[in-house]
Design a protein around this ligand. Structure first.
Ligand code: B12
Ligand code: SF4
Ligand code: SF4
Length: 282
C-alpha cells in the first residue's frame, strides 16, 4: 500500500500537465521524493518550542477537519520536489533579483500548482478509505508575524521530522537533492512505515553549521539578510514579497500578489542541488 501510494504521488506531480509553465513550456519540478513520519513521533511536540506555541501537532490538524478524538494513529506524508534545472540555472546568473523563470515558478508553480496537487492527493487518499488533511489548504493555516516570522504548520519541520534533511545557515532546508526544493505535507490516519532520521543535528547538512566552511549564501543575498549568525527574516520578507517583487512578477507575466520570490541564496551555492557535506553528484 505504501509503495503504491508513493508511486501515485510521484506520478501525479511529475507527469501532471500543469507541471509546466503555460508560456515557457518549461517543467517546474523534477520527480519528487516522498518521506514518511509517524504522526505520534514526540518530535512534533518539540515544535511548539522550536517553531511557535501555536504550531500544531498532526493530531490537532487532523481533528480540525474530522472532529475531536477522531485521530488515534497515522502518518505525515512529506513531498520534496526539486526545482527543475533550467529554473535553477536561470537564477544562478542573477545577482539583484530573481530570474523571470524563478518568478513564474513562484506564482504558478508554487502556489497554484501545489494547491491543486494537494487537493487531488488528499482526494486520492480518501478514495483509499482513509482520512487526510493538507494543513496548507486549511483555513486555520496562518503565517504568524511578530518581531519575526513563523507559522502554525512549518513544512520544513515536517520534512525534518520525516528524515528528509536538515536546516542551513540561510534557513534553507537541505536534502540529498539540495535546497532548491518545494515541500508539501499531508496528515493521514493511514499508518505507513516511517522513515528514519539519520542526521546527528538539525543543521548537519550545512557546510557552515557542521564544519565552519562555506558561507556562500551570505554573499549571494542582495540585501544582506544572511550573516554568520543566520537569517534576518524581516529583511528577507521586505525584499522577497515587497512592492518591487510584485511589480517584477507582473512585468514578466507572473502573479503580482504572490511576488517573484528570490531564492538567490538557494542557487549558485554548494547546497543548491545536493547535500554539500557529501562528495556526490556532479
Ligand atoms: C513564513 C515563510 C517565509 C518567511 C520566513 C521564513 C522562515 N525562515 O521562517 C520569508 C518571507 C522570509 C520566506 C522567504 C523565503 N521562502 Co518561505 N516560507 C514561509 C512559510 C510560509 C512558513 C515558514 C515557517 O513556518 N517557519 C517557521 C520557522 C520557525 O522556521 P525557521 O526559522 O526556518 O526554523 C529554524 C528553527 O526551527 C531552528 N531550530 C532551532 N533549534 C532547532 C531544533 C530542531 C530539532 C529543529 C528541527 C530546528 C531548530 O532551525 C531553523 C533554521 O534556522 C513556509 C511554508 C510553510 N508552511 O512551512 C515557506 C517556505 C519556508 N519558504 C520557502 C521558500 C522557497 C522561500 C524563498 C526562497 C522565497 C521564494 N519562494 O523565492 C525565501 C527563502 C528564505 C530563506 N533564506 O529561507 C520554502 C523553503 C524551501 C527550503 N529549501 O527551505 C517553504 C518551505 C515553502 C514550500 N512549501 O516549499 N518564507
Ligand atoms: S550556501 Fe553553504 S553556508 Fe549557506 S546554507 Fe548552503 S551549505 Fe550552508
Ligand atoms: S531569499 Fe533572497 S532576500 Fe531572502 S535571504 Fe535568500 S537571497 Fe536574501
Amino acid at each position: 500500500m505504501k509503495e503504491q501510494l508513493i508511486q501515485h504521488i510521484k506520478d501525479h506531480i511529475y507527469n501532471h500537465s500543469e507541471n509546466v509553465h503555460p508560456s515557457t513550456g518549461k517543467r517546474y519540478y523534477d520527480e519528487p521524493d516522498i518521506f514518511i513520519a509517524d504522526a505520534s513521533d514526540p518530535i512534533f511536540d518539540t515544535f511548539k518550542d522550536v517553531v511557535s506555541p501555536e504550531h500544531m501537532v498532526p493530531k490537532e490538524v487532523f481533528e480540525l477537519t474530522y472532529g475531536a478524538n477522531t485521530f488515534k494513529s497515522g502518518s505525515v506524508i512529506v513531498t520534496i520536489s526539486p526545482i527543475e534545472e533550467d529554473i535553477r540555472t536561470s537564477n544562478r546568473t542573477c545577482k539583484d533579483t530573481a530570474s523571470k523563470e524563478w518568478a513564474l515558478n513562484r506564482g504558478h508553480g508554487d502556489e497554484m500548482f501545489y494547491k491543486n496537487r494537494l487537493s487531488e492527493i488528499v482526494g486520492h487518499i480518501h478514495g483509499m478509505g482513509y482520512g487526510a488533511v493538507a494543513p496548507w489548504l486549511s483555513d486555520k493555516f496562518r503565517v504568524i508575524r511578530t518581531n519575526t516570522l513563523t507559522s502554525n504548520w512549518s513544512e520544513r519541520h515536517m520534512a525534518y521530522a520525516a528524515g528528509a534533511g536538515t536546516f542551513g545557515l540561510s534557513d534553507g532546508f537541505i536534502t540529498e537533492k539540495g535546497t532548491c526544493i518545494r515541500i508539501i505535507s499531508i496528515v493521514t490516519d493511514m499508518v505507513l512505515e516511517a522513515d528514519i532520521r539519520k542526521e546527528q543535528s538539525h543543521t548537519a547538512n550545512c557546510l557552515f553549521m557542521s564544519k565552519g566552511l562555506c558561507g556562500v549564501c551570505i554573499k549571494r543575498c542582495p540585501v544582506n539578510a544572511i550573516d554568520k549568525n543566520g537569517h534576518d527574516k524581516m529583511k528577507c520578507l521586505t525584499f522577497v514579497y515587497g512592492e518591487e517583487s510584485k511589480k517584477f512578477a507582473a512585468e514578466v507575466g507572473g502573479i503580482e500578489k504572490t511576488g517573484s520570490g528570490c531564492g538567490l541564496c538557494q542557487t549558485k551555492v554548494p547546497c543548491e542541488f545536493r547535500n554539500p557535506t557529501k562528495r556526490t553528484g556532479s
